[in-house]
Design a binder for this molecule. Sequence first.
Ligand code: BGC
Length: 727
Amino acid sequence: MKKIVLSLAAIALAACTQQSVQQTQWTDAEIEQKIDEILPQLTLEEKVALCHAQSKFSTAGVRRLGIPELWMSDGPHGVRAEINWDDWGYSHWTNDSCTAFPALTSLAASFNPDLAFEYGNAVAEEALYRGKDVMLGPGVNIYRTPLNGRNFEYLGEDPFLASQMVVPYVKGVQQNGVASCVKHFALNNQETQRNSVDVEVSDRALREIYLAPFEAAVTEGHAWSIMGSYNLFRGQHCCHNAVLNNILRNEWGFDGCVITDWGGAHDTKEAAENGLDIEMGTWTNGLTSSSRNAYDGYYLAKPYLEAIKKGEIDVKTLDAKARNILRLMFRTNMAKNIKSGCMGTDAHFATALSIAREGIVLLKNENKVLPLDPQTTMKIAVIGENATRSMMGGGSSELKSFFEISPLEGIKSHFPKAQIVHSMGYASGPEMFGRVLPSKLNADSLMNAALETVKGADLVIYVGGLTKAHEQDCEAGDRVGLELPFNQNELIEKVMEINPNIVGVFVTGNAFAMPWIDRMPAIVQAWYGGCQAGEAIADVLTGKVNPSGKLPFTFPVKLTDNGAHSFESAEVYPGRFESDSKEFYKEDILVGYRWHDTKNIAPLFAFGYGLSYTSFELSGIEAKMSGKKLTAKATVKNTGDCSGAEVLQVYVGKKDSRVLRAQKELKGFKKTTLEAGAQQTISIDIPTDKLAFFNEETQSWEVEKGTYVVYVGTASNNIAAEIEVEI
Ligand code: BGC
């Protein structure tokens, strides 16, 4: 089946000629000159029309001047199937399938910025083929709580890691003349009450943690667009919050377009004056109801036009928006050279596979249970619904993939001589309108069938985890707890009682509790691997691929070990919805491992952690200051008997700081692939200004003088040396 689908895709769509990505484009000066010429020719009405949706995913152009419509698509894991003009139904085109790339969590876990570039480039090639000018993604909201339903769409809990991955992703997309729309700006760290939660956070946490990856995307990645988030920050909706002008534009020099999240605008004057450019909507009147062609009711449509005509809002605000939008167009759909793109190519499928493979994290491997011999004739019982369940949903990042290799298919094709049987063990229930209906299948029967299946097996491969449905890894609602759903813990315990020879493969976008961990000898964290998920998982199980992924966020033992949940107060999570919807980020800058390290709370699995089938040793560790940079050095040696990759990680902490500090913060990393016995000396430079904290009194970044500790290791909890340096 897989082969047939692949070859159809290849015949239909592999017409992508290798076009040079280095193409001549308009210079900044040329663009501004062109805009100067166009702006005076536009009527007020035409300019206003540029600023709001005309359909679910497009804005109007100016036909008489040849200015095209602007077309957008979700993002971030591939180009979403076509949505109807006026409603959320799919259009059922026959040529809108895409390559489903792994979730961004998988990319983050690869700790490989080169893959981020490849990812962005491939997604943009598919976007071009489909005529999309703006790709809505990537998302860089920091992983604050393991309950956030959208963590799978983001790049983990560490601002440095997220920054290192978002910059090449954006560059990969934009070198094709497609804009990246980095989302959701800002503080959209949960899905519960996402439209009304009003975040209060210190300036330090705002700058050092939550805004940092956006800042990198803008100042280093030169992102051409940013999506405002649904939530409020200090009483003002983020789509027209003062930070857009104050920080994004004035401080960071952002010259692109701010686009609302769909239905994220709530006030014409604020939207006009606070730096928003384009209003998109969930419904045709902006937020709440749907009627045909009612886009005129948007805040940046007729109400804006009328307010300008009445002199209530300065027309300069409109000229600024029109300028930003035209600039975006000259970079994309009015570029000098526009590529035609390509869809579903072998290269894209290969990129998807590389990311899925490199993202997989080996969490536990007692007695070297893994890898398994691909020639085995064992009887393998594959238990769990995620062995066969499609994982293409999850809300707006849902994809219509050319194909999807399930874990069961991957296992079957990689162990041709084994006798493989599958039993679901549990059923999550069908999805309808984003909600999960209770399964009609009997839970006891499913469990009993699974227990029967494992009885005669030589090995159990348990494939479970979460799904992409509501209250799991899905938009518009958070998870209800850290536990695995659908009674999986009980199932796992019972399976292990009968057959302790078990390997756990977990498909999730979030951390989860593992009360049975002591009894499970091998654990693989597999993420949502896109169309190649099953192939990548089986590659790791057989050792065709040596796992090299590292956790991009902490797995806490229990929920209250996490900073935000430690307060056990609605005020800190998910917000006090009984009264003013305020939510106070009281853990402040101590997010993720920063909390665990500083408060001395051992995680279940630490940030940056991940095993390999080989072993590595660090030696010759040095750290020294010279001029305006700190240089950390270490020799990484592969001391095992197979080739593998390791990630050297450099964290820095400040001794005796006058402000609150995390024990240590990631400031540099480098992944290296080494043959058995080989070694490499890696040197990582950290500019000293990257050691700054945000001084709330002076409202500026400040590098404290004094002693810093440089931690060099291969995980946040596996540090080989601590070296003091002076600034
Ligand atoms: C999501 C965005 C998405 C948009 C358009 C919103 O609900 O929050 O991430 O890009 O819908 O589908």
